[in-house]
Design a protein around this ligand. Structure first.
Ligand code: ADP
Length: 246
């Protein structure tokens, strides 16, 4: 077990977006999160790295680090929770006036206070890993959407997280650019990264997932291996969703 989350709840004002989520992520596992728009998938991911602060929920990591959001949680604990995961956003969020390389070195230099000298070769190796060794000195506007998203992945990897979170990483891309980003994620899967991925790409989910989690209306309706959830769901609501999307 890498992470266990119990009783996660999050409301925005009156709107209860996550009602009661239990989930476990095993080390080296890939959990994909599917479900209709508005079901709370992005909010769940954002809660996992404390971009949103849950109202309730106990997070327990295998290294013994625990956060209980029903108690008052210190800034240090929030910072530690954030450090554990790297987030890849739908719309890249790259710094427009920094090169691909500078986008990747920014986190380690600013957040982790590592030296430029040490970080540059590491950042170069990450850009190489995502197939952008010849684009390191280009600015975001000089890159395609798929290339920008690959910089986004390298940037998330640069803080050396234990968990990688992807929020619909291909949804902003033209269809012909989706494959190159999914390939990078598949390569990370082969390397044994622990990942949680919100996606509408069911075929991709089927190929990479250890566990697929189907969410609706702030709850996890069904979770299990892809052969179950995607091919032979136990729950009628999962079945209906999958029929609609394929
Ligand atoms: P999904 O990713 O499944 O489409 P989201 O987690 O993005 O769902 O959103 C779930 C619900 O929470 C939606 O109704 C959305 O409008 C609402 N919501 C998300 N973020 C906020 C926010 N910061 N403030 C208010 N409502 C929000």
């Amino acid at each position: 077990m890498f992470l266990s989350v119990k009783g996660l709840a999050k409301a925005f004002g009156e709107l209860e977006v996550l009602k009661h989520i239990d989930l476990t992520i095993k080390k080296g596992n890939i959990v994909t999160i599917i479900g209709p728009s508005g079901s709370g998938k992005t909010t769940l991911l954002r809660c996992l790295n404390a971009l949103e602060i849950p109202n309730k929920g106990v997070f327990s990591f295998e290294d013994g680090f625990t956060v209980d959001f029903e108690q008052k949680v210190s800034k240090n604990k929030i910072a530690e929770l954030r450090r554990k995961s790297g987030m890849v956003f739908q719309a890249y969020h790259l710094f427009p006036h920094k090169t691909a390389l500078e986008n990747v070195t920014e986190g380690p230099i600013i957040v982790q206070k590592r030296t430029k000298q040490e970080v540059i070769p590491f950042a170069e190796s990450l850009l190489q890993k995502v197939g952008l060794e010849d684009k390191m000195d280009l600015y975001p506007h000089q890159l395609s959407g798929g290339q920008q998203q690959r910089v986004g992945i390298a940037r998330a990897l640069a803080i050396q997280p234990e968990l990688m979170l992807f929020d619909e990483p291909t949804s902003a891309l033209d269809p012909e650019l989706v494959g190159e980003v999914l390939k990078v994620i598949k390569d990370l899967a082969k390397e044994g990264w622990t990942m949680a991925i919100v996606t509408h790409e069911l075929k991709f989910a089927e190929q990479v997932s250890d566990i697929v989690l189907f969410m609706e209306n702030g709850y996890v309706v069904e979770q299990g291996p892809p052969e179950q959830v995607l091919k032979n769901p136990k729950e009628e609501r999962t079945r209906q969703f999958i029929q609609r999307i394929i």
